[in-house]
Design a protein around this ligand. Structure first.
Ligand code: FAD
Length: 296
């Protein structure tokens, strides 16, 4: 099933993101965690891609397993910046053979090692090039792309960022998923600017349930996302007590999701980070809200 078939209905959807194991020894535990999350029957699941080799080969294994064993549609992430065309096309062919119809086409982060190399020799500079190549397969793939309500860190300003985002949509991206946001108003403002710029594809807000204090610093460093005072107070107060912090973080994320649904945003993506207990708690919190209209 294509993700756009889920996004383009009026029903609510809730999807979860998982990441592949970093080493072979953790494959079984990661597989078990992703299977447990798939068992809650989210609308779809996305599987991230470890740029530059490493975990990349496991993305397909995890995505295929979820799709084939649980019937949950999967979205396999694919990055291009640190790869040759040959490697990227090997990955694309492997995804085709595995029957994966949804690809999140990304550039990937620029590592310090990569930045020391000659940029003009890279096969891929930006995600738009990967999107164009995926579109050469016609409608075989449903293509997702990343977007940044608080601006991508390399962009000079939001206007420029949105111009490049529009290039990705014009090249064939069917939908967009945002970097994690902790303040829904930033997402609503962003949506206004996107629609004003003529970007009309579905945009899925990314919500990250923060369940321990250590995760806060990591999440900010990774995403550059703004932490509202309401959230900071919660971490200050509950951060030292793991159980309380987890409950408070799940409640905060649930509240954000309800606010999004209540404002007509029907599709929400949760960065569930291979945590079945967190995924289950969020699904339970929303059980009546998702109810019969839930798009599975
Ligand atoms: P791009 O769209 O190429 O944009 C990167 C920067 O270049 C932006 O500042 C953009 O404005 C600018 N730009 C784009 N086109 C041009 C142009 N023609 N000329 C000049 N500037 C241009 N990383 C992983 O390694 N694995 C993952 O699985 C993964 N999943 C992600 C999922 C989501 C939803 C998000 C939001 C991010 C994810 N990332 C992942 C991180 C992502 O790889 C980084 O944020 C990366 O730095 C940018 O990727 P992109 O696809 O947005 O790049």
């Amino acid at each position: 099933m294509k993700i756009t078939d889920i996004l383009n209905t009026k029903n609510m959807s809730l999807s979860f993101e998982v990441f592949p194991p970093k080493k072979e020894t953790s494959f079984d535990s990661v597989k078990a965690a992703t299977e447990a999350i798939a068992g809650y029957r989210p609308s779809f699941m996305s599987v991230t891609y470890g740029a530059g080799g490493g975990t990349s080969r496991y993305t397909l294994d995890i995505a295929k397993n979820i799709k084939d064993s649980f019937g949950v549609p999967t979205l396999a992430h694919l990055t291009c910046v640190s790869s040759s065309k040959e490697t990227v096309h090997e990955q694309i062919n492997a995804l085709r053979e595995a029957g994966i119809k949804n690809i999140m086409a990304l550039r990937g982060d620029l590592t310090p090692e990569l930045e020391k190399t000659d940029r003009s020799k890279w096969d891929y500079q930006y995600a738009v090039q990967l999107i164009r190549e995926l579109r050469e397969y016609g409608d075989e793939f449903c293509i997702g792309a990343a977007c940044y309500p608080e601006i991508h860190p390399e962009s000079k300003n939001q206007k420029e960022d949105i111009i490049h985002l529009k290039e990705k949509v014009n090249a064939g991206a069917d939908f967009l998923t945002t970097q994690m946001v902790f303040d829904n108003n930033l997402f609503f403002n962003f949506m206004y600017k996107l629609r004003e710029a003529g970007v009309t594809v579905p945009v899925i807000p990314g919500i990250m349930p923060i369940t321990n204090a250590v995760q806060v610093d990591r999440a900010i460093k990774l995403s550059g996302s703004f932490m509202p005072q309401r959230f900071k107070s919660l971490v200050d107060y509950f951060g030292q007590d793991p159980d309380s912090m987890k409950q408070a973080g799940i409640a905060y994320a649930t509240d954000q999701i309800i606010d999004l649904y209540a404002n007509g945003i029907t599709n929400v993506h949760v960065y569930s980070m291979n945590k079945p207990d967190v995924a289950k708690a969020i699904m339970d919190n929303l059980s009546d809200i998702l109810g019969k209209d839930f798009d599975r």
